[in-house]
Design a protein around this ligand. Structure first.
Ligand code: SF4
Length: 219
């Protein structure tokens, strides 16, 4: 079972695994330059989209715009063409158009710094809001996506049904030093080792301590 007794060791093992897999694109741009608006937009584009597609779409969009005011001037069709083929590109184009209007009308064209304000923005749920806080503002947050939710439940570290519940449980028990890192690490670990279907338990450094809760088939 994985508990706070061995969580530091578990993070070390996961870090060793993911070293070879590279940095997710959204983390990459936050390291380059803390462009809050670009971090927010690319995080929205990244939902249900492969990292390499997010990267191409974000770079294409930002070759045409520099800030939220430029985005507001584009019409939905132009945004669609620029962000294609991210998942749900039509809905995301609508969302980005609304996002530009709300940011300008209610937040003076700036990305807000409080989670309560971020979650008021179109297309921004707790997952995106936490990621923007962490990557954009270097604040404490726990970004729980499907990988984080699935893996910490397989570990038996939490017992939850939905990602929002997982975030709240992790806020109660996960030592703060792991908050910012957990998403970047477990997204990569989840894409490459602890996969949604048939995880690669035989090559996983955690195989002797992980209870593999809910895992029916593994390799
Ligand atoms: S042992 Fe299997 S279920 Fe547990 S973390 Fe590793 S890959 Fe995931």
């Amino acid at each position: 079972m994985i508990t706070n007794e061995n969580i530091s060791k578990v993070f070390k093992i996961v870090e060793n695994h993911v070293k070879k897999f590279g940095t997710p694109y959204v983390t990459e741009i936050s390291l380059e330059k803390r462009d809050l608006f670009k971090i927010l937009v690319s995080t929205i584009l990244s939902a249900r989209t492969k990292d390499e597609v997010t990267k191409i779409a974000t770079e294409r969009l930002f070759s045409k715009i520099k800030n939220v005011y430029d985005l507001q001037k584009l019409d939905e069709k132009e945004i669609e063409e620029l962000i294609y083929p991210v998942g749900f590109y039509r809905s995301k184009a609508k969302l980005l158009k609304k996002l530009a209007n709300v940011l300008i009308e209610e937040f003076g064209g700036k990305v807000p710094q409080r989670i309560e304000d971020l979650t008021k923005l179109p297309g921004v749920g707790r997952k995106t809001a936490n990621l923007v806080l962490i990557l954009g503002f270097n604040k404490d947050g726990i970004c729980v996506d499907t990988h984080v939710h699935r893996i910490v439940n397989r570990w038996g570290y939490v017992k939850t049904k939905i990602p929002e519940e997982t975030e709240m449980e992790l806020r109660k028990k996960l030592p703060k030093k792991f908050w910012k890192r957990i998403n970047t690490l477990l997204v990569s670990f989840g894409q490459n080792i602890c996969k949604p279907v048939s995880p690669k338990c035989s090559v996983c450094g955690l195989k002797d301590i992980c209870p593999k809760i809910g895992v029916k088939i593994f390799r």
